[in-house]
Design a protein around this ligand. Sequence first.
Ligand SMILES: Nc1ncnc2c1ncn2[C@@H]1O[C@H](COP(=O)(O)OP(=O)(O)OP(=O)(O)O)[C@@H](O)[C@H]1O
Ligand SMILES: [Mg+2]
Ligand SMILES: [Zn+2]
Length: 493
Amino acid sequence: MTDRKVLTLKYRPQTFDELLVQEHVKRTLKKAIEHNRFANAYLFAGPRGVGKTTTARILSKCLDCLNTDKPTVTPCNKCSACVEISQSRSMDVLEIDGASNRGIDQVRELRENIKYAPSSLRYKVYIIDEVHMLTEPAFNALLKTLEEPPPHAKFIFATTSANKVLPTIISRCQRFDFRKATPDEIVGRLRWLAKQESIAVSDEALLAIGRRADGSIRDGESILEQLATYRPEQIELPDVEELLGLVPGEVFFSYVDLLLQGDTAGLLRFVNNIFEKGHDLFEFYTGLVEHFRNILLIQAGGPAENLGLLPAEITRLEEQAKQFSRAGLIKALEILLRAEEQAKYTRMPRVVLEYLALELTTLVCPEPQTAPGPAPADPPPVRPTTRSKQPSLDSVWQELRLKTSARKPVLTKSLDLAHPESYEKDTVTVSLTREHQPVLEKLKAEQNLLEELLSEVTGRPTTIQLHLSRKAAGKDPQAERITGILGEVEEER
Ligand SMILES: Nc1ncnc2c1ncn2[C@@H]1O[C@H](COP(=O)(O)OP(=O)(O)OP(=O)(O)O)[C@@H](O)[C@H]1O
Ligand SMILES: [Mg+2]
Ligand SMILES: [Zn+2]
């Protein structure tokens, strides 16, 4: 095996033919070279790791290759000019890092230097990387040079943040927007690399890397490289998930299955499990949003080839897609995106996740319309439930708490002081210690609301019994802390 440390350097494309993904850039640049119509300055804009620096070097070789007497679209990659440019040590093709040469002095120096003819090549090329990092005076000083560069000089600017480059600079450049690679394009590249380097890696593992690279070919390559060191024999999907801390795709299929079955208790258990397994909350969110987006795209007949999915995954997504309405899916995505925002600021991510699960279930199993016509003796309409056995007191209480926190947050604190005792014959019995008599009164005043929410939770008309416990109030530190908080809330109001 060869040295894997430098996979991205070793396999940097040396010709336009080897450069992938950026077809539009290649086409236009090749035409310009063939017709000898060069701009004075180019701006290569786009996300990281998609070929900007690579293209800047190829273009420089096209301009300066010594094996032809004029610029060529197929530089030889053998002459001293080509070799030096590839290794970024040519005297005439200067790579300047905009981040560490941001000031006016550096630009003044450049302006001095640019006057002199190239030492041995046709053109002097200034490649300024991360050009958006230049200071404003530096930008302005550069502007003068850009207006009237000497005929032997060319500029290539590269940036990951084109929006931070002064418009006056942009308007003097020919701009190319480099695009992200799709997961499949990254997989194609990685599969080829793996073959060159005899790295054994499964298709599922490659796909997971391709998705995670988020459009950056270099990131994909670096992940593959790390994995090859970590698992030299054979790289499998769980290795990728482990290394990158990914939540396994299976988790999202199960989550949505539970949702479609309206199994709220199951979902809450599931959320609990996610925390116990130590999965990262944001990984879970991102994955869930992506899963719903995939369902939506598949339902809309979108391009499934570009999603980086296995045929088996597509089949399962199709099955789930059939069970959602379009409006429901869009709503679900809305809810998910909002929840992500909430999760950023909460110190209780678990509650956000639980609430999310409940909100999504109500969406998938909406309340039935009230039937027209007189039916006075009927109990209030409640959500139908797919449960066959009665849910546990614990899960009913937990759900009630969540529903309450959504409908009337102040009441949640009172609920936390109460002890759920039993759930029998459609009645939930709850007690409060004597010192919490005022809390008991408060809950009693909200009995109607509590019963309405309880009935939603259980899917049946359910009543709540509130009473003082006979037990003397023990010193429960948790309860005391909450009483303290309750006091503060009362004072604020
Ligand atoms: N379009 C591409 N085709 C093939 N390989 C690519 C492409 N883009 C990136 N790579 C791989 O990623 C490596 C880094 O690419 P490059 O330095 O050109 O990215 P960049 O766009 O300049 O990124 P940055 O914005 O971080 O500077 C290359 O050496 C190559 O291995
Ligand atoms: Mg670069
Ligand atoms: Zn050459």
